[in-house]
Design a protein around this ligand. Structure first.
Ligand code: NAD
Ligand code: ZN
Length: 249
């Protein structure tokens, strides 16, 4: 498949699913996990902070890290990539109705919502909310400026953990099922800014391929998905979407 064919397919598709990873937020200044951590946190690998073992060992340390990321995310702004995804959603919904577009994200930063997308299927949760350790209730964290972790559950008063899926934990089953269905039904699946190495998210593109759909990847680097994808664009999220969403010839 060549670029004009990919543009035409995306333009005509009545069912589109978009999957995003940390790369989509890179241009908002939010580091991907593959980027080095800075300052005090440079001593830690994210894998050693984003795990249940790390949390049970030292909840204060893990909460401090998440509180810092929460502050960073709150201060960050959605970028051109987030905006174009929201625009694509708007176009598809207007043309083909409610089921025409599904956004699935591995990101936990909430930037898609702030860019105007409908609430995405968040495979890995979000760091803007806490989740009660006792009763599983979820609630938004207080404003980032004065936030002192850990938050307490408004229902039962117990300590809350970050509302994210950690390494070694299961993905929320209902969210994963909805995502799987979207990839099954998609005529075009756009996979943007993910290293396609974290499973089961990385396997979803194969569902679309197996069902006869088209998979288009946007990433400045090659990934394990590149060779399997129908078409792969070496570009940042903003650049790649600009090219793909240009009017078809
Ligand atoms: P990753 O860090 O494994 O990979 C990021 C990918 O983005 C890389 O393939 C890289 O080449 C690409 N990339 C870099 N700059 C880009 C740009 N400007 N435009 C498009 N692509 C670009 O991220 P992942 O695949 O999402 O998986 C890592 C895990 O880390 C996920 O589970 C996610 O939940 C978590 N995470 C989330 C955030 C966030 O919410 N913003 C940030 C870091 C990590
Ligand atoms: Zn509770």
């Amino acid at each position: 498949m060549n670029l004009p064919e990919a543009v035409a397919l995306l333009h005509a598709a009545r069912r589109v699913v978009v999957m995003t990873g940390a790369g989509v937020s890179a241009e908002s200044g939010i580091p991907t996990f593959r980027d080095a951590q800075t300052g005090h946190w440079a001593r830690f690998r994210p894998e050693d902070l984003a795990s249940p073992e790390a949390y049970w060992r030292d909840p204060e340390l893990v909460w401090d890290w998440y509180a810092g990321r929460y502050r960073d995310v709150t201060a960050a702004r959605p970028n051109r990539g987030h905006e174009l995804i929201a625009e694509l959603e708007g176009r598809k919904l207007a043309e083909y109705g409610d089921g025409a577009f599904v956004l699935v994200t591995q990101n936990v930063d909430g930037l898609h919502l702030r860019a105007g997308s409908r609430p995405p299927l968040e495979l890995h949760g979000n760091l803007t909310h806490g989740r009660c350790e006792a009763c599983d209730h979820r609630q938004p964290l207080p404003g980032a400026a004065g936030f002192v972790p850990p938050p307490r559950c408004e229902r039962c008063g117990s300590r809350m953990r970050p509302n994210v899926v950690w390494f070694g934990e299961m993905l929320p089953e209902d969210v994963l099922e909805d995502a799987q269905l979207a990839f099954e039904q998609a005529e075009v699946a756009l996979v943007i800014g993910t290293s396609s190495q974290v499973y089961p998210a990385a396997a979803l593109a194969d569902v679309t391929l197996a069902c006869g759909g088209t998979v288009i990847e946007i990433n400045p680097d090659t990934t394990p998905l590149t060779r399997r994808a129908s078409f792969s664009l070496r570009a940042t999220a903003g650049e790649g979407l600009t090219v793909l969403m240009a009017p078809a010839d």
